[in-house]
Ligand binder design. Sequence first.
Ligand code: TK8
Length: 338
Amino acid sequence: MKKRLLATLLILIMVSMFAVSAEAAKEKPVELIIGGVTSMNAKDAVTKFIELVEDYSGGTIVCKDFPDNQLGNDEQRWEMTQTGECDISIGSTSSVASSYNDFYIFDTPYLFLSRDEVFDVGFAGKAGQAILNGVESLNLKGLALWENGFRNVTTNNKEINTVADLKGLKLRTMDNAIHLAAWKAMGANPTPMAFSEVFTALQQGTVDGQENPYGIIVGNKFEEVEKFAAETRHSFTPYYVVMNLDRWNSLTAEQQDAITRAMSEATQYEREQSEKYEAEDVATIEAAGCKVVKLSDDVLAEFKAAADSADCATMAMQKMEHPELGQQLIDTLAAARD
Ligand code: TK8
């Protein structure tokens, strides 16, 4: 009798333990670590994504946001997402082109002429989507391409009004072969440097200037240590938005749909915020006493002609794993302008 009672009791305890753990497993949401950047357009879009994905996943996905390069620089966040230390990361494609060569085409000077072209032809087109999806070869799921933006020059001692003004300028650049070739062709003295060192280098005058989109300039207060900005718009840098592929594959189909839907809306929002902040950022830069020089179309044509002398598109395609995607992007952009 006692044995039967004991066995019944044990069964009851095991069943209730199983029920509790099943309930706990059902209720414990998936937590995604997101490593992001310093510009407000992307930071706002991550906030939007986090709100939407929690809603669309029925609360089964929650996120922890680490903006402002807290988890490291673009390259480090990219690697951390490959290994799974970080679940989703955002960063400049130029910073990681040496490890994912198909991104090089985006560094071609004056490849894009407008934001609409970037999103509607570059990012949404077949070539852009194929370049994004190709990151799966590096254990990454390509979630989106966002806007870092059109890059402009800032200097701490010299006003830039023409290409000739670039001659000998010691300009901090990313460690990216296409950027280095383009600036040499334009007459500057490009100096590759880690992003985290840029502010101090500008402040101490160890470089004469740097080049970045306004969102990054203002997000890092470069205007506080610079005297001039020249609106060269010499190239457009996308942000990669990638997820650890193993983590993506571990999710249910419903959770993957929730991420896809939330990311699509967050991408549209990032585009809108980029447009909104661009005007505000110019005002912020000028309010800091940094003169913003708008360049005429004729002068911009001179910048483009000088950059074109390095034939960066060919150089980029020579580096690409799939050069046909670079050519496809160039041809699609040309056709869309006809
Ligand atoms: C900021 C960087 C920056 C990049 C650079 O995270 O290094 O100049 O263009 O935008 O991604």
